[in-house]
Design a binder for this molecule. Sequence first.
Ligand code: PHE
Length: 445
Amino acid sequence: MVEREQWSTYSGFVLATIGSAVGLGNIWRFSYVAGENGGAAFLLLYLVYVITIGLPLVIAELTLGRRAQGDAIAGFEASGPRSSWRYAGALAGVGAILILSYYSVIAGWALKYLIGAAFGPLWDQAAQGYGQYFRTFISRTGEPVIWQILMLGASVAVVAAGVRAGIETVNRWLMPLLALIVVGLAGYSVTMPGSAAGVIFLFAPDWSAIGRAEVHAAALGQAFFSLGIGMAVLLTYGSYMPRGFRLPRSALAIIIGDTGFAIISGLAIFPAVFAFGIDPSSGPELAFITLPQIFLQMPGGAWLGVAFFFLLSAAALTSMVSLLEVPVSMAVQRLGATRRNAVMVIGAITLALGLPSALSFGLLADIRIGRHGILDAADAVVSNYLLPFGGILIALFVGWKLKMGEALSESELGQGWLGLVWLWLLRVLAPLTLTTILLRSATAL
Ligand code: PHE
């Protein structure tokens, strides 16, 4: 058997995990979910859930991965390889492919806008209006699929190159660049006349929203999606972590990096939205309809547009790569496939599974699942059910199934109060909160 790869440096590993966490979720999804759920009130709840449930689960996933030095299935082996917990690992592999199937569609939209912004076609659409432009584009049959294939192809190429030469290298280059871009965009946005209302929207809570159950559900769902917990992505990345890397410190870096990115991209988006007198709750279309309109009216807007859609596409790519690695590592370990073959086959399966999502605004627009079209339904299933369910399994496994001493020493939290707080958050708070939210989503159907 070929020897398992490991990250070459600590910074490369941390950048890769932040690359996984930072994605469409921080920019496209965060801005519209925050916009729809009262801005600062949502942000506050989001932070509470990130710290009390997100951080313990990030530590739990990394712990399981490093302990197993194997794929997601190995991560759930406690007493022996025959335990039915292994299905939790297998579920993560399937879930990751499902996420990738529709995530790649939206990533494809971002890529189209990037190319359009860089070469001009995006800016010729002013007369027709971006609402019309966006809807015409996503309702075509061939075009969204082509952009989706390009994004999937790029992810396949990165993962095929391996953990160090592919994943680590790409993240090492892209993540610092993306941080510069988002900070630059935010700096520009907050210095525009009339931008203060956007900053207030993001930071001054409307207390009445805090009591609303759906704002809690949205904040928790966003915390899961944005950190990328529940589908063994961090478990898999953690399995390439050598013993010497400090685990709790890495978890903290992921949390701070991901949340910082979301807040700063909120600062790039909302002040500009308010400066142009636009309603912040315009939904998933915010990034693709509202923002191009704004860019068009700004001095130097074309360059800002290129920077923004590059940010969106590249952030999506580094997340797609992490999702792809989950099933790929399984195929390599379980089926003895080569990395290249595994990634090609899984890429093709993902594309096939993603076609209905890509076509869900055109050819397949009539297919409705409840209130949703196919892509929206896939996203709702993932964020409202699959990720929280995965989170419950991870929390219960680490909290109750692993031996307490093993959990505390493998996580490096130790026997002191810190370790105990972590363990009890996993044992009780996380499963209870997640179950409540799950049941609530299920009954709200
Ligand atoms: N965290 C990524 C984002 O914010 C998406 C993701 C979800 C990645 C689940 C991995 C696992 O876009």
